[in-house]
Write a protein that binds this ligand. Sequence first.
Ligand SMILES: [Zn+2]
Length: 179
Amino acid sequence: MPDIRRSAANTALVLNATYEPLCVVSVRRATILVLTAKAVCVADGDGVLHSARSALPVPSVVRLTRYVRVPYRTHVGMSRRAIFARDGWRCAYCHGSAETIDHVMPRSRGGRHAWDNVVAACARCNHTKGDKTPAELGWRLRVTPMAPKGLAWRVLGHRAPDPRWSSWLDLSDTPAAAA
Ligand SMILES: [Zn+2]
């Protein structure tokens, strides 16, 4: 097994046999796919992986050798990091640096934990808001929260994309690369 700790980039884009982007995996996982002939490397990353017998370029994009049928995912997973990425790590109320998640309609009043009811917020705004709604405080949301759309979001989640993936994935509407 090559030493993959030396690789600079640590993720790789996986394409289906049809070149459709599927997901992002660790370089380690992508390397194993290539070494077991389950995938071929279509774009090299930075560096070379050395094993006892051979040297292999670090994969940045790999393509599966056999087509896999994947159920079409329409929902982007709603992790804490994904919420911060959608909102650019900015508070929905004051545009300051966000470090908390706020439910616009408070959960104590029936607000759902869903993309259209969660926003990134700074600790101060979140504390001040408490169990009130923005309307009760005379606050306005900078943007109406909604679920992120697009293939890039579904494939990448909160991850910042590698520019080398732009030939296979439209990166114009992707999570902010901050943090
Ligand atoms: Zn704030």
